[in-house]
Design a protein around this ligand. Structure first.
Ligand code: G3I
Length: 389
């Protein structure tokens, strides 16, 4: 079944045919091509069924992998059913927002660890690994940042922040996203770096400074550079992959204590024309050749352009997960997969990428009632078929 074009578009094409004498086949092909360019066609042969009841956590662990998800602050003290589902399905927890500057730093000289301590305690009490996100980012900065920070005090502020936060959880962290989203070729720099407040204040070395401060504060944590837009065969994402590799090579050549690349993997539905397994595999191999491990850190699938029909939409979202994971899990350097949320009940996509028809988005493994979806099946099958680490 294919995604229908809006009625207006179909009418326009058909009337154009009548006028220009184009054959029905040419139109049909045009309609099919248009659909295919969105990747919004379903493969009825794909079967996501018959995989048993074992949790994603157990299936990943059986292959030496770690599966987990981002945990929303809103759910921690108010949604015991979600917390139970999380503890059942996940082996690692990353707080979605409470370890960011805006949550930790209400004032220049005051830290507020109440929420992040609760998250750390929840992880500990449920035997979950704990990962931190994020020590340095150009977003989620507190309001006092811009009027307060300048080129004279920026380095001390950055190092003190990292030292204070990373020391507090030292020994408890599986990994830290030390620097997040530092690359942005569209800003036009020859090094492909984002012209962020940190770069303007400290120059490109802010990245090395951050990693060294984190390594000193918590020598046990895996230190990760995390970024998005590295997945598809488009000009923009090729430029992003090139800039990330250039950054990683520069950091490694300086002896920066960086251990892994985090690939956020905010995926689109099965955009087959832009999904190029060979290019993605080659990028992963180049990262691994720098003696870096790889974490898939924020995986989800935007369904905003897909049909309203839930059955079809769930199949396309599941296809995107299965296509992507079947490629990345072949790379031995990939050690963990986290989805950016576990249930459609809590997803940033509801606010940031809502559907035009206002129906609820369905990007994650569990639905809003915490029931397993085809996306869950697809991830489970990918772990089951993954090579042992
Ligand atoms: O906690 C306050 C609450 O007190 C207040 O009432 C409310 C008013 O809107 O805001 C709440 O803070 C929100 C926070 O999430 C916690 O829910 C912020 O406004 C909101 O901007 C923030 O959005 C998060 C966003 O990062 C910015 O930090 C999203 O939930 C989160 O999913 C998103 O995650 C990012 C990753 O960190 C990096 N990669 C991309 C990803 C998606 O944008």
């Amino acid at each position: 079944m294919t995604h229908k074009l809006p009625l207006g578009r179909r009418t326009f094409l058909l009337s154009l045919a009548a006028l220009s004498g184009m054959g029905a086949f040419a139109i049909a092909d045009k309609l099919r091509y248009t659909n295919r360019s969105w990747g919004a066609t379903d493969d009825p042969e794909k079967d996501f069924s018959g995989i048993g009841d074992a949790s994603l956590r157990d299936r990943a662990a059986a292959k030496g992998l770690i599966y987990g998800a981002a945990f929303p602050h809103a759910a921690l003290s108010s949604d015991s059913a979600f917390a139970a589902a999380f503890a059942q399905e996940c082996a690692i927890l990353v707080p979605e927002s409470v370890l960011k500057w805006k949550a930790l730093r209400p004032e220049p000289n005051r830290f507020d660890f109440a929420a992040s301590d609760l998250m750390a305690e929840f992880a500990h009490n449920h035997g979950l690994l704990f990962r931190g996100h994020t020590l340095v980012w150009h977003r989620a900065l507190p309001q006092w940042f811009e009027p307060t920070v300048n080129s004279r005090n920026a380095e001390k502020l950055l190092v003190d922040h990292i030292a204070t936060v990373a020391r507090r959880y030292a020994g408890k962290m599986h990994s830290w996203d030390v620097v997040n989203e530092a690359v942005h070729p569209k800003d036009g720099r020859s090094d492909g770096l984002r012209n962020s407040p940190w770069l303007q204040l400290l120059g490109p070395d802010y990245i090395d400074i951050a990693f060294r401060a984190a390594a000193e504060a918590d020598p046990q944590a895996l230190l990760v550079y995390n970024d998005y837009g590295l997945d598809y065969d488009t000009r923009e994402e090729e430029a992003r992959r090139t800039a990330v590799l250039k950054l990683l090579e520069r950091l490694k050549s300086k002896g920066t204590p960086i251990h892994a690349l985090g690939i956020q993997a905010h995926l689109l539905h099965s955009d087959k024309p832009f999904f190029n397994p060979a290019k993605l595999s080659s990028f992963l191999r180049e990262v691994a050749s720098l003696n870096l491990r790889i974490l898939i850190t924020e995986m989800d699938v935007t369904d905003k352009k897909l049909a309203v029909d839930v059955t079809l939409r769930d199949r396309l979202v599941a296809t995107a997960y299965e296509d992507y994971l079947s490629v990345v899990l072949q790379e031995p350097a990939v050690i963990a997969v986290l989805t950016w949320g576990l249930s459609d009940r809590y997803t940033w996509l509801s606010q940031d990428r809502p559907r035009a028809d206002k129906t609820p988005v369905r990007p994650l493994p569990l639905d809003a009632q915490l029931r397993r979806k085809l996306a869950w099946n697809a991830i489970a099958r990918a772990f089951d078929q993954a090579p042992m680490r």
